[in-house]
Design a protein around this ligand. Structure first.
Ligand code: SF4
Ligand code: SF4
Length: 114
């Protein structure tokens, strides 16, 4: 017999004090357009990877800005660096460069190649 019903979602809190914003600061210092993002999701909507997986560039930006680096590191591996998202951003955010800089930052701070 098929199981159905409800389950309780795990609690999730954002602890800004404990989170590490070093990756975000590294990107802000090198790509000022990162500050212009309004999290509209246009980049995520056009992303080929996002159309076939759960990857979302919009979500990645938010995770990095919050300093939730473990989750960001896991998700950003899916980006192919094709640059399609950069072409559609209404705010002129250099999205591709942000992913490149995030990869650099993870290598520098975590000694962890992404
Ligand atoms: S399309 Fe541009 S402004 Fe919109 S979420 Fe993506 S990076 Fe941010
Ligand atoms: S550069 Fe990455 S996030 Fe942007 S469209 Fe290509 S795969 Fe998606």
């Amino acid at each position: 017999m098929e199981k159905f019903g409800f389950s309780i979602s795990k609690g999730r809190q954002i602890d800004y004090e404990a989170n590490d914003r070093s990756v975000a600061d590294y990107i802000f210092a090198r790509e000022s357009s990162f500050r212009s993002c309004i999290e509209c999701g246009g980049c995520a909507a056009t992303c080929t990877t996002g159309n076939h997986t759960k990857f979302s560039l919009r979500e990645l930006h938010i995770l990095i800005k919050r300093g939730e680096n473990d989750l960001a590191r896991q998700t950003m591996k899916k980006c192919m660096l094709c640059g399609k998202c950069t072409l559609v951003c209404p705010r002129g955010v250099n999205t591709r460069n942000i992913v490149v800089l995030a990869k650099q930052a993870f290598q520098i701070f975590d000694k962890h190649a992404v």
